[in-house]
Ligand binder design. Structure first.
Ligand SMILES: [Zn+2]
Length: 493
């Protein structure tokens, strides 16, 4: 529960989430169909995921493993036994007319996830996380859900394993929701159970209600009865952190305006229309009893408690951030950038083990990630070339080239022309000039520019910069300007 100061008479926003996450498994949750992207619609289908009469589901072990990993990561209880249920509803993307999901015995119960927002930490309680199958996908042709001319259905997605993560109503702002989704995605990627780049891999339904600030106690908690008494809307079809913040900010304003004008907020389901940036009423009012949950008789209960000990998970982003701060002396911002994905963190540790951790942090967090970001690239796009980046850091660490050339010429050349660092250094003649050559250039510059020397001796500070420039020119920019300055002064004394 978030503790915040609430002004008496204020309107307080209360948000809870249901996050649907596609699990990265090779095959679907109850059949052997591939989950890989297909060339066309309705290619990865079989009698089970099409719901043909008599077809029987078989549970995919990899999906259960992924669920247990998530449970461990959010510090949830994994029960002795878990069970599947049928959730009955009629919808064109659900060929069986029921979805196999979990009901009162979910695989993960009572977890939590900590988020950090503007320097403050909040713990968001996770009530449950359960396994279920994804429905197929609908394509609204000629518009959005309420304006389309007709709709096509594709069952490739039907049966893809999903984890539904349900939070407590612990969010007090759309910003917190965005921070939570970003943190959750990071954790899921560390666990290697999720691929954020996959279209529709994260989908969010959010419940939002507005409560009178007087109903909120000093520690930020709200009585369940007050929560239940408030009318709330469920916003569906949110597919990104940014989208979540936008959709909920829209909904928050809409509801607050209604309350301030003395109008009732209708309890309803609303659809987030990303392209129009608004939520629209769907006028559907299913309650839990409408789903007529009953036990899935085709799948026996599954004993899972012992899986928790048998399945290992890697060090998670939060723990790694804290370790990076203490072990390498990194600030919060650098530690957070360097742990943004497991691959970035692993690469940083490789480089930091060989060179100075500060130098490694500058090169990985600022230079490399900065240049990648500028090109709209991820570290995964240069997966096979990390060795070359390490070589570049080595060239700087061993003083072979200047940091300026390393960044502006070599790193950019590596990313834009895909050459290796040594080739670029040779081609551009960037190797630092050796000391003798720099010394010779210093003497030459002094001899060729008596006026500047006279100015320097007369106490004109700017003259030294002119001489440094001359030496830099003679050495083709490969000398260190600071060193040259020192050598000139020594020579002129
Ligand atoms: Zn299938």
């Amino acid at each position: 529960m978030t503790a915040q100061t609430v002004q008496q008479g204020d309107l307080v926003t209360v948000i809870g989430l249901e996050v649907h996450v596609q699990l990265e498994t090779n095959t679907k949750i109850f059949c052997g169909c591939s989950t890989a992207p297909a060339d066309g619609p309705n290619e990865h289908v079989c009698p089970v995921c099409l719901g043909l009469p008599g077809a029987l589901p078989v549970l995919n072990e990899a999906a259960v493993e992924a669920a247990v990993k998530i449970g461990k990561a959010i510090d949830a209880t994994i029960p002795e036994e878990t069970r599947f249920h049928r959730k009955n509803y009629y919808y064109p993307d659900l060929p069986k007319n029921f979805q196999i999901t979990q009901y009162d015995e979910p695989i993960c119960q009572d977890g939590e996830l900590e988020i950090s927002l503007e320097g403050e930490r909040h713990t968001i309680a996770i009530e449950r996380a359960h396994l279920e199958e994804d429905p197929g996908s609908l394509q609204h042709v000629g518009g959005s859900i309420d304006t389309a001319e007709y709709t096509l259905v594709d069952y490739n997605r039907a049966g893809t394993p999903l984890m539904e993560i349900v939070t407590a109503p612990d969010f007090r702002s759309p910003k917190e929701v965005r921070a939570f989704l970003a943190e959750l995605e990071e954790v899921l990627e560390y666990l290697a159970v999720f691929d954020a780049s996959r279209d529709g891999s994260l989908r969010v339904d959010a419940n939002l209600s507005i409560i009178d600030g007087e109903r909120v106690s000093d520690d930020g908690s709200i009585e369940l009865a007050d929560l239940e008494a408030a009318n709330r809307t469920e916003v569906k079809n949110i597919s990104s952190h940014k989208g979540a913040e936008k959709a909920l900010a829209y909904e928050e304003t809409r509801q607050k305006n209604a309350v301030r004008r003395g109008r009732e907020v209708e309890q309803e389901t609303r659809h987030w229309d990303e392209s129009r940036g608004i939520t629209v009423s769907m006028r559907s009012k299913e309650a839990e009893k409408d789903y007529r949950y009953f036990a899935e008789a085709d799948l026996p209960p599954l004993r899972v408690a012992h899986w928790k000990d048998e399945i290992a998970i890697p060090e998670l982003p939060k723990a790694r951030r804290e370790r990076f701060a203490s072990e390498y002396g990194l600030g919060e911002e650098a530690a957070s950038k360097l742990t943004s994905t497991k691959q970035v963190a692993d690469f940083y540790e490789d480089v930091a083990s060989e060179f100075d951790p500060d130098l490694a942090a500058t090169w990985v967090a600022d230079e490399l990630l900065g240049e990648l970001n500028y090109r709209d690239m991820q570290i995964t796009d240069i997966e096979g070339r990390l060795e070359e980046i390490a070589t570049l850091v080595e060239l700087v660490a061993t003083d072979e080239i200047t940091a300026k050339n390393a960044k502006e010429v070599v790193l950019r050349g590596m990313l834009d022309e895909r050459d290796d660092p040594e080739t670029i250094v040779d081609r551009e003649g960037l190797g630092k000039t050796d000391d003798d050559a720099v010394q010779a250039a210093v003497l030459e510059a002094i001899e060729e520019n008596p006026d500047a020397v006279a100015d320097y001796e007369a106490g004109e500070g700017g003259a030294i910069n002119f001489l440094v420039g001359q030496v830099m020119q003679k050495t083709g920019g490969s000398a260190d300007p600071g060193d040259v300055n020192g050598l000139l002064r020594a020579e002129l004394e």
